[in-house]
Write a protein that binds this ligand. Structure first.
Ligand code: KIV
Length: 309
């Protein structure tokens, strides 16, 4: 199984040592405002992009995870994760593709609908896959409208800075909140020839700043910064009035996102530098499957208490 695109970018860097997860704190412990906080707040209604804007004003940091199915999403919802992304990383993590490029609107729509059904509180953001918005604003509107109407997502995400500003503008004017995505944009893997860190050097850094400002000016409510040097991500974060969501972009972003299978240690292979694993699900699940198989082969499962009389 291959891993998410940006993980592969960090394969040349040493893996972060896996440290045991700290005991779970109460959701929102340390949040600046217990009542309104995105994570740990008392609210039970669905989070909206207005809540995201208010969190930036309060200086509140927030977590985002990907989700691709109703059951996992319900676990994260119960844990208080305020924003979930039905990312096209489903291509690598869920559908067995080599990259995000083959993912289709049908696949994103079906899995987004499942995540919406599995959650009550989180804002669900559906990713527009490669080929669903590059033709221009009208195609982007058609694709985004489908995700909003058929899957029930509260917002969509698309990749690209200045090059996607027209698409973002039309979606926002049409009433569809947009999360933008700059820095490394994995749908361009074939153009990059890999997954390199972005924004290194004066010219690239200036372009990244222009990209982030362009998507903000077009109306994006948040901007993902993927694989960007921490200092540059901090500068972008200071210069925007909408929140930045970092992945491999250091600690100064307003929010952090991880692919859930990375966060929980389910993804196989080398662990990239920016990922911290908070569990070892691959080991746990493998152990459970082996125990089940051993007991079936050894005749100890099912035991009498598992049988009907
Ligand atoms: O598809 C995805 O999961 C993403 C996030 C990692 C930002 O784009």
């Amino acid at each position: 199984m291959t891993t998410h695109a940006s993980q592969q970018a960090a394969r040349t860097t040493p893996a972060t040592p896996v440290t045991p997860a700290a005991p779970a704190a109460a959701p929102g412990a340390g949040a600046p405002d217990g009542g309104k906080a995105l994570y740990g707040g008392k609210g039970t209604r669905r989070i909206t992009v207005r809540d995201i804007a208010a969190a930036k004003e309060r200086g509140e940091k927030w977590p985002m995870l990907t989700a691709y199915d109703a059951m996992t999403a319900s676990v994260f919802d119960e844990a208080g994760i305020p924003v979930m992304l039905v990312g096209d990383s489903m291509g690598n993590c869920h559908l067995g593709y080599e990259s995000t490029v083959p993912v289709t609107m049908d696949e994103i729509t079906i899995l987004s609908a499942a995540v919406v059904r599995g959650t009550k509180r989180a804002l669900i953001v559906g990713d527009l896959p490669f080929g669903a918005y590059q033709e221009g604003p009208v195609q982007a509107l058609r694709s985004a409208t489908r995700l909003v109407k058929e899957a029930g997502v509260g917002a969509v995400k698309l990749e690209g800075g200045e090059r996607s500003a027209d698409q973002i503008e039309l979606l926002v004017r049409s009433g569809i909140p947009v999360m933008a995505h700059v820095g490394l944009t994995p749908q361009s893997v074939n153009a990059y020839g890999g997954y390199p860190v972005q924004g290194r050097g004066e010219e690239a850094a200036a372009q990244l700043l222009r990209d982030a400002k362009a998507v903000q000016d077009a109306g994006a409510f948040a901007v993902v910064l993927e694989l960007v040097p921490a200092e540059l991500a901090a500068e972008v974060t200071r210069s925007l009035h909408v929140p930045t969501v970092g992945i491999g972009a250091g600690a100064e972003c307003d929010a952090q996102v991880l692919v859930w299978t990375d966060m929980a240690g389910l993804t196989g292979g080398r662990v990239p530098r920016f990922v911290k694993q908070y569990a070892q699900l691959r080991q746990t699940l493998g152990d459970a499957a082996r125990s089940f198989a051993d007991e079936v082969v050894g005749g100890t499962y099912p035991a009498p208490e598992h049988a009907f009389r």
